[in-house]
Design a protein around this ligand. Structure first.
Ligand code: PLP
Length: 446
């Protein structure tokens, strides 16, 4: 099956019953935009518990890189599971973890020798990067960017500044974190044009943070997403990341690149850094690395990752089953999926750009590979954010059988599995077109 097939009202009776149980027993902190209750998945198709099928443009928040239950990934998981499930790489050795560290050294955008630390999630990858940066430099402070998302545990959430609700009520957060404006070129923080600017938004680091708040020689790391994910799928110009690299080198600050969302083939290259010729000191990876199995990796220059035994570890991190899934994932990505993502992504991006002529709600279309954002506005001149309309478009697409998520306040994100076909991209475009038309006609209803 290539596309959607909706047979019941949504949610259907089985979905509704399960959601009622969830409401009673599951933490209300989760943000479910619409009532999808999954039963099974294959490639980019998701079936719900009532037998409705959906085209998945979310990949479970940019995770199912090789599609739902790719047979080669499942086979690797089964084979490893039959041999052993766990032995803790913290205290023992096993080959899958060593192989994965070798693979990471071969693919991450870090020059020279590379070592890797394994956790279970993106936030753990960030925590490891923060601790490593402090340990390696003997410095305490960290610079991050406004709109960024690096995780929700108490260290990483101090860097995260995507939405205030993610921080509200949890203070005091880790001290020593300073935020600078990100290169949001649709809403340039210093009112310049990306084609001609010199990444002047970074002057804030040089001229404000380093002058008024913290000396550069006390900064351990700058943590940056090469394409800002949860902040709205913001694609910075090359000069932004290049200048950041120069600035960090100049002051002996480590550059930590968070590739949790943008990495593992999503942008049509193994890592988004490659679009920018950006070399990192530390790279964090999670989400797509193991096609849906929980794994986080913090890879670093070998001379930086020289902390002593006992200084950092995780019981489950680099679990053998997850490592086996990651090895199968990397093989598939390198085989042909990255090229495929670039190709289908270009097709989807072009289709979305074509659509902007007939939809006044579309303010900006941006992205690389299959990491694409469509920012919705109420008025193209004022760029007033169409926040409610964005949620309404996502909901209208769901009713028509296409799964989308928003990012930031008013951006619809397209982050399908990398096995997404051009035919499926055309179906998604058609449904998105209809969803936009409905909301433009009827309003958000919110
Ligand atoms: C760029 C980035 N870093 C880190 C994280 C945190 O990952 P996790 O939810 O696995 O902790 C996310 C999650 O969305 C992310 O997008």
């Amino acid at each position: 099956m290539t596309g959607p097939d909706i047979k019941t009202p949504l949610p259907g009776p089985k979905a509704k019953a399960l959601i009622d149980r969830d409401t009673k027993f599951v933490s209300p902190s989760y943000t479910r935009g619409y009532p999808l209750v999954m039963s099974r998945g294959e490639g980019a198709i998701v079936e719900d518990v009532d037998g409705n099928t959906f085209l998945d443009c979310t990949a479970g928040i940019a995770v199912n890189s090789t599609g739902h239950s790719h047979p080669e990934v499942v086979q690797a998981i089964v084979e490893q599971a039959q041999r052993f499930l766990h032995m803790s790489g913290t205290d023992f050795y096993y080959e899958a973890q060593v192989q994965l560290a070798e693979q990471m050294a071969a693919i991450v955008p870090i020059p020279g020798d590379v070592k890797s630390f394994f956790g279970n999630s993106g936030t753990e990858a960030t925590e490891a990067a923060i601790k490593l940066a402090r340990h390696a430099t003997g410095r305490q402070n960290i610079i991050a960017f406004l709109g960024s998302f690096h995780g929700r545990t108490l260290g990483s959430v101090a860097l995260t500044s995507s939405k205030a609700t993610q921080r509200k009520g949890f203070g005091p957060l880790m001290p020593g974190v300073y935020h600078a404006p990100y290169a949001d070129c649709y809403r340039c923080p210093v009112n310049l044009e990306p084609e001609t600017c010199g990444a002047e938004c970074l002057n804030f680091v040089d001229e404000q943070i380093f002058v008024h708040l913290v000396s550069p020689e006390e900064v351990a790391a700058v943590v940056v997403e090469p394409i800002q994910g949860e902040g709205g799928y913001l694609v910075p110009p090359k000069q932004f990341l290049q200048r950041l690299r120069e600035l960090t080198r100049q002051h002996g600050i480590l550059l930590v690149v968070d590739e949790v969302q943008s990495g593992m083939g999503r942008t049509g290259r193994m890592f988004a850094c490659e679009h920018y010729d950006l070399e990192a000191d530390v790279v964090t990876v999670a989400k797509g690395v193991a096609s849906g199995m929980p794994l986080g990796v913090t890879s670093a220059r070998a001379d930086v990752m020289s902390w002593p035994p006992g200084s950092h570890a995780s019981t489950f991190g680099g679990n053998p089953v997850c490592s086996a899934a990651a090895l199968a994932t990397i093989k598939l990505l390198r085989g042909q999926l990255i090229r495929h993502a670039a190709d289908v992504g270009a097709h989807l991006l072009a289709g979305l750009r074509d659509m902007s002529d007939r939809h006044p709600l579309i303010g900006d279309v941006r992205g690389k590979g299959l990491m694409i954002g469509v920012e919705l506005v109420r008025d193209r001149a004022t760029k007033e954010r169409a926040t409610d309309e964005c949620e309404a478009v996502v909901e209208a697409a769901f009713r028509r059988g296409v799964l989308l998520l928003s990012a930031g306040l008013n951006t619809v994100r397209f982050s399908p599995p990398l096995v997404f076909t051009k035919l499926q991209a055309d179906i998604a475009l058609d449904v998105f077109d209809q969803a936009l038309a409905q909301v433009e006609r009827e309003g958000s209803g919110l």
